[in-house]
Each structure stands twice: as structure tokens, then as C-alpha cells.
Write a protein that binds this ligand. Structure first.
Ligand code: FE2
Length: 263
């Protein structure tokens, strides 16, 4: 399996605290069947100002430690960018780190409580430069949970999305689980990833197998497994990943027309 979203590099964000913890996380991941991981430290202006250079240097140090400890895991470069209005400009200046530095996919997270209005514009600017945004864990964003039509709008315009393994398995609560399933069934999700932050047993442990089983139960074996195998493989190679989102009719709009009709 391939995990495209991890906070494995120590010292860059709120993920692994130390090299020891990071190595322990990789051992658990390998035992779970993960063979390739993309390191995606947070990049948030004013909080985690991780530059391309800082991430790439930390990655090289980490790869050395993996080799030194004989851990059979490939770790590739990446980052998780908070959606900010200047993201398109920063991409054009060559400042951003796409998945596997391939220039094709960028992992983007929304602020937790909403989907900013400028998301459509920023995504358009990224896509004009040939980069497809992958929306990180929409099932944990209050804006998408309230209004799944917002996710449909972005995916139907060419974005992709990734749900967190712990959401699907219920470790992040029943609301996240229900939402993750709804988004899966409607074709809004192309990837499952761990978003691993620590080696602890918990919602964001470096584990994918159980979530992959759950997805396979929902979507059928081939389609379910593709979320942790074929699709992330295509993403790290910079190849196209297909999405066929079902249209989402907004509840609020229906209620509005119903109200008008009654008058
Ligand atoms: Fe993350």
C-alpha cells in the first residue's frame, strides 16, 4: 500500500517528535503493509513555515536513518499546504513541494471550520499551472460536512480528495465515519491515507489495512483497494487519476424552492 499523507519527518510540525518516534511509526506502517509513504509536513504561514529546502533536507536525513535501521520503506517528498490566497503565486515561483516533487498533485487542507470562498479561485490558479489539488480529509472539515455540495463542486471541477483512514474505521468519531462513507459512495474520494502524526494507537496512527478493508466492503474489492494502491501509485508517478463524482443537490436550495412554491 502507498500512503500519500503522513507527518513522519521529525521536528517540522506537530507530527513525529523525534527520530526514534518517526522510525517506530515506519516500523508499524511496514508491519501493516505500507511500502511507500509520502512525507507531507504541514506548511501554514506563521505556524509551520516549512520551505521546500527544509523539507527536502529533513527527508534526506530521514532516509539515512531508515537505511541505517534496515527499514524497508520508501519515503518520498511532499507537503500539506493550508489553503491560502497566495498558493497559486507561490507555486509559480517554484516554492511549493508537490507529491513526489512531480509537479502534478498538491496536497491542500482547508482551515478546519470552513471552506473559504477563495478555494475555487486558488484551485483554478493551481490547475492552470497543471497541478491538481488533492483536498486533505474533507470529512473532518466543518464546511464540507455541512454542505457536501461544496466538495462536489470542487471535485467536478477537477480536484481530488483524500479521506483519513481513522475516519473510515470510526476512530475519529461516528460523524466523521458517516461523512467519510457518504463521500466515498458519491465518488468524491480517490485516496485513503493515514495522516499519521504519531506512533500511538489512535486515530492518526500509521495504519491503512483496516480502512482499506472497510472501503472494499463499501465499494467492492477492486475499487476499495485502489484507494490505497493504484490511485496513490498513479499520483506519485504524476499520472492522471479518474474521478466520477455524483451530483450533489444542495439541501438549502431545495428548501428554498419548496418554501417559495408553498406561497
Ligand atoms: Fe495532515
Amino acid at each position: 500500500m502507498i500512503d500519500i499523507h503522513t507527518h513522519i519527518l521529525p521536528g517540522l510540525d506537530d507530527g513525529a517528535d523525534s527520530m526514534e518516534e518517526a522510525l517506530a511509526m515506519t516500523s508499524r506502517a511496514v508491519a501493516d503493509g505500507i511500502r511507500i509513504m509520502v512525507a507531507t509536513p504541514h506548511v501554514i504561514t506563521g505556524l509551520y513555515p516549512n520551505s521546500r529546502k527544509a523539507v527536502l533536507e529533513a527527508l534526506e536525513r530521514f532516509k539515512g536513518a531508515l537505511q541505517g535501521n534496515d527499514i524497508p520503506l520508501t519515503v518520498l517528498p511532499g507537503a500539506e499546504y493550508r489553503l491560502e490566497p497566495e498558493l497559486g503565486e507561490r507555486l509559480s515561483r517554484g516554492e511549493l513541494l508537490t507529491i513526489n516533487d512531480g509537479g502534478r498533485y498538491l496536497l491542500v487542507e482547508m482551515p478546519p471550520m470552513l471552506v473559504p470562498d477563495f478555494a475555487v479561485q486558488v484551485f483554478y490558479e493551481l490547475q492552470l499551472q497543471g497541478v491538481t489539488p488533492i483536498i486533505a480529509h474533507p470529512e473532518r472539515n466543518a464546511g464540507f460536512v455541512r454542505e457536501p455540495g461544496l466538495l462536489y463542486d470542487l471535485v467536478s471541477r477537477g480536484a481530488l480528495s483524500q479521506i483519513t483512514a481513522g475516519s473510515l474505521t470510526g476512530l475519529l468519531g461516528s460523524a466523521a465515519a458517516a461523512c467519510a462513507r457518504k463521500f466515498l459512495e458519491r465518488g468524491y474520494v480517490q485516496f485513503i491515507a493515514t495522516d499519521a502524526h504519531s506512533g500511538d494507537e489512535g486515530a492518526r496512527a500509521p495504519l491503512l489495512a483496516e480502512a482499506a478493508d472497510e472501503a472494499a466492503r463499501f465499494l467492492g474489492e477492486d475499487q476499495g483497494r485502489s484507494l490505497v494502491t493504484a490511485n496513490p501509485h498513479r499520483a506519485i508517478l504524476g499520472k492522471a487519476v479518474e474521478a466520477s463524482p455524483l451530483e450533489y443537490k444542495r439541501q438549502a436550495r431545495r428548501a428554498f424552492w419548496k418554501m417559495l412554491f408553498r406561497r
